[in-house]
Design a protein around this ligand. Structure first.
Ligand SMILES: [Zn+2]
Length: 196
């Protein structure tokens, strides 16, 4: 039996620290919302929607299609020039604003973790970069992406103020699913009930 991949030791705690240090670089308090697009600008990551990419044919977009049926989310393409190596994130603007935040943040997390992509030539001009990350790296990108959007101090602040989930969703531009996930994973509800 193959063991299910696990996050590296202390990964969640490191993600929290990253969420805080990136906010600090942007002059934000640890509990303040962090916009994925603003973070990309700060990190010098170019973000575009598929329609902006020249030569991206409807066929290429099919390559980006996601089996979930909800349509593809976002894809990262590394590029290297003489001066720098950087990344381009192509994202799907058909999704809700909250979903776009989480899609882009997931890609940022891959980049921050220096996950390497190996491209396969699909024969239609666009290399198929999708789903070539190993499952461990997908877990890392999920955990770090979610944490960047909704770190512990944000949840503690919101709960401390008595905000309901709707208010958290609105303030941090995140989905209901994201709020549920983060409340469960961080154990903040338990932490607060001990304190009371
Ligand atoms: Zn991923």
């Amino acid at each position: 039996m193959v063991a299910k991949p696990k996050l590296p030791y202390r990964f969640a705690a490191d993600a929290e620290r990253k969420a805080e240090s990136l906010r600090q670089e942007l002059g934000l308090e640890p509990h303040e919302p962090l916009c994925a697009f603003r973070l990309c600008e700060h990190l010098n990551i170019k973000v575009v929607v598929a329609e902006q990419v020249e030569g991206l044919s409807p066929d290429s977009l099919l390559v980006l299609d996601h089996p979930s049926g909800k349509g593809w989310s976002a894809v990262t393409i590394p590029f290297h020039s003489a001066e720098q190596s950087s990344h381009l994130i192509i994202h799907n603007r058909a999704h809700s604003s909250a979903r776009q935040q989480s899609n882009v943040m997931h890609e940022v997390a891959h980049i921050l973790r220096r996950h390497e992509l190996s491209a396969i030539d699909t024969g239609n001009g666009l290399p198929d970069y999708m789903r070539l990350y190993p499952e461990e790296q997908e877990m890392e990108a999920d955990c770090l992406g979610w944490t960047l959007l909704l770190p512990r101090p944000a949840l503690l602040m919101a709960l401390g103020k008595g905000w309901d989930r709707g208010a958290i969703m609105q303030h941090y531009n995140v989905s209901a699913e994201m709020v549920r996930l983060r409340l469960n994973r961080t154990g903040v509800l338990r932490q607060l009930s001990y304190r009371r």
